[in-house]
Design a protein around this ligand. Structure first.
Ligand code: ADP
Ligand code: MG
Length: 664
């Protein structure tokens, strides 16, 4: 299977992306645009056929006691044989506005008595790839449950009771096939709790093991770092300066640094990493900066190289190590690292493979940490002489939650954006605005600026009405032949991606049509327009990150959220972004607006650490999990008590699973 699912157990954890809830039929007069609904109705006119060449459309009016609505189906000629006059049907689909009228598009058809049986049952919808139907996945999951020896509980009964948790075996089954809404909610809570609990337990456990010991890499302060700051093309903000002082103090304290630097997108975290790395180099040590994507790693590398060259610094040598290096380049990089002559090491996961031998690694920095499992970070940390650790994150975790997660990790918050930044101007529009948007893009291109356009899809896909990169880039090339429009998406080869990103950074490519692969960290200050197609398809956190790609230079920047579907809900949600530039506030408001009803949908994007749990909406679970982990670890012998043996085993499995084969 193409789903990244290769055994029965991972199939069980292949959670539905959302659930279809068959609701009671509602009156036609109450139908809202853009929402899924079911109606119980009779045929009220003749069936009409219409052939556009590409599509065969069948349409018919139906009615109930409250009103009438047009229904249409695409390429489904058999419908004519299905619908009979004088008989009631349940039709279930989404109402869209066409030429001013609501039309129920391509609804499912049921006999009323069949539909009745489905009402209020949640049926799982899985994320699919080509050639696999939802039914096939459902069957496979059922088969997996039958074939496996059964998932067993690992928490003692009294704890389940005290924390109000559903039994794990039941939760595992119910998340796929919830008998009712209540069971679904309990199953969801249990699995979310487990994600938090094991995560927190593992981090704190590892930290206890590593200890808060003295560092083998005590450093001295050097005036060269002051010089570096002075010669930067900009002045550091007060916030950056304060945090730099904290880092400098940590590194020279004689104890091991463990610091989380939190700052919203664009707040200027990268330069702090460079400074810390430079300080390590001045002390004769190696340091590592680990980025979640190749594009980002390369960008950091080039930026650092540029700064060092500008300042004429020669004693510090950056090395790039990513998965897409050619064999020769890779060999060279590995040698530089092993010899120690490469001392500023930047890369991706490739940095934690066995083949990489560090000479004297004293500092490990992970950028955009939420994209990594913490274990990759820990792997570098679990050396005989554990290096200093610094984590940079734009994830809006309030300080109190940071404490739950990271225990005694020190947290620095970068709360201001660099000066001279104009706030980004936002607008939320629908697709009728597109011609205006294109004129606007023309103007910005003419002013020498660059443009991002984001589409949710790579290619057109049947049944999904959303913009895709492949077709969009053609349109853009036609519309802006002088802009050297390029495209970027996750299915391109790494070196193709790198090339496009480099050309965009260098200003040769002036308009980039991309999927959300640019979401994290990419920095091209000359880009002033971010236009997001089908903005309704993205989570607000992702949209906020995307918006953070512009507004990085001194020119006014703009973000256009283009909604492909209309609807009051969609507008309200997107309006949150319109009114706030604060990542955490956005997450909170989003949660309030979505309300608990939205729990039926899982991940909207990104955030790899948790699959079900959501830091914002599951805050109380997070706190509970933190409490339990704290209580268990408080007494170091507790994990060895008889009743916690299953938990111990679970924790060991969890650590192993998450470390994978990654050891140094
Ligand atoms: P993030 O915190 O999102 O990682 P970056 O470190 O990528 O942000 O910084 C965003 C942009 O702001 C970069 O182009 C960087 O060079 C620039 N920058 C960083 N600090 C300052 C500053 N004090 N003044 C002006 N520009 C800055
Ligand atoms: Mg960054």
């Amino acid at each position: 299977m193409k789903l990244g699912v290769d055994n029965a157990e991972s199939l069980l954890a292949y959670y539905p992306v959302h659930y279809d809830l068959y609701t009671k039929p509602e009156p036609i007069s109450g139908i809202l645009e853009g929402r899924k609904c079911a109606i119980l109705a009779y045929q009220a006119g003749n069936i009409a056929m219409h052939d556009t060449g590409r599509l065969k459309i069948i349409s018919v009016d139906v009615q109930d006691a409250t009103g009438r609505i047009r229904v249409c189906w695409y390429n489904a000629p058999y419908i004519r044989q299905v619908i009979k006059r004088g008989k009631p049907y349940v039709l279930r689909g989404v109402a869209k506005r066409k030429q001013g009228f609501l039309v129920l598009e391509h609804p499912e058809i049921f006999q009323p008595e069949d539909y009745e049986k489905k009402v209020d049952i949640l049926s799982p919808v899985y994320g699919l790839t080509k050639g696999l139907s939802n039914n096939m996945v459902q069957k496979a999951v059922r088969a997996a449950f039958a074939a496996l020896p059964g998932i067993t509980e690992y928490l003692p009964d009294p704890i389940l009771k005290a924390y109000g948790l559903m039994d794990l075996a039941r939760a595992a089954w119910s998340i796929h096939f919830p008998p009712d809404y209540e069971s679904f909610m309990q199953a969801r809570s249990r699995l979310a709790f487990d994600e938090f609990f094991l995560f927190i337990l593992a981090i704190r456990h590892l930290r206890q093991r590593l200890g808060d010991a003295e560092s083998a890499f005590a450093m001295h302060k050097f005036w060269e770092t002051e010089d570096f700051i002075e010669k930067l093309p900009y002045a550091l903000t007060r916030g950056q300066m304060n945090i730099w002082r904290e880092i400098e103090a940590d590194l020279s304290s004689g104890r091991r640094m463990a610091r989380l630097i939190q700052g919203d997108v664009g707040s200027g975290k990268t330069v702090l990493a460079f400074l810390a790395m430079y300080m390590a180099a001045l002390n004769g040590y190696q340091s590592v900066l680990m980025a979640p994507t190749e594009v980002l790693a390369r960008q950091h590398y080039e930026k650092l190289q540029g700064l060092l060259a500008e300042q004429g610094i020669t004693g510090a040598a950056p090395v790039l190590l990513t998965g897409s290096l050619k064999a020769g380049e890779r060999k060279m990089a590995l040698r530089l690292i092993e010899e120690g002559s490469g001392n500023l090491i930047i890369g991706t996961h490739a940095l934690i493979q066995k083949a990489v031998r560090y000479k004297n690694l004293a500092l490990v920095i992970t950028d955009e940490q939420h994209r990594f499992g913490v274990y990759q970070r820990q792997v570098l940390g679990e050396r005989e002489d554990p290096p200093h650790m610094m984590v940079m994150s734009a994830t809006p975790i309030p300080r109190t939650l940071g404490v739950v997660f990271y225990g005694d990790l020190d947290v620095s918050v970068l709360s201001e954006l660099p000066a001279k930044r104009l706030p980004i101007k936002n607008c939320v529009v629908d697709s009728s605005f597109r011609p205006n948007a294109m004129r606007f893009i023309r103007k910005e291109l003419d002013a020498g600026h660059q443009v991002y356009i984001i589409c949710p899809m790579i290619e057109p896909q049947e049944g999904i009405d959303a913009e895709n990169v492949t077709e969009y880039v053609k349109k853009m090339r036609k519309a802006f032949p002088d802009a050297n429009v390029a495209c970027l998406h996750g299915r391109m080869k790494p070196d193709e991606k790198t090339k496009v990103m480099e050309e965009f950074s260098a200003g040769q490519v002036r308009a980039l049509v991309s999927t959300t692969v640019v979401e994290v960290g990419v920095d091209v200050p000359n880009a002033t327009v971010m236009m997001i197609e089908n903005a309704e398809r993205f989570g607000l956190a992702a949209l906020h990150q995307l918006r953070g790609r512009v507004g990085r230079g001194e020119s006014q920047s703009y973000c256009i959220f283009m909604a492909g579907q209309q609807g009051e809900d969609i507008r309200k949600r997107l309006d949150i972004l319109n009114h706030s530039n604060d990542g955490f506030e956005i997450a909170e408001k989003d949660f309030e607006l979505r309300g608990p009803g939205d729990l039926l949908g899982f991940r909207q994007s990104g955030d790899a650490s948790f699959r079900i749990a959501d830091i914002t909406r599951d805050r109380d679970l997070l706190e509970k999990a933190g409490n339990l982990a704290g209580w268990i670890l408080k007494d170091s012998s507790r994990l060895y008590e008889e009743e916690f043996m299953p938990l111990r085993r679970k924790l060991e499995d969890y650590l192993k699973e998450n470390e994978g084969s990654l050891t140094i």
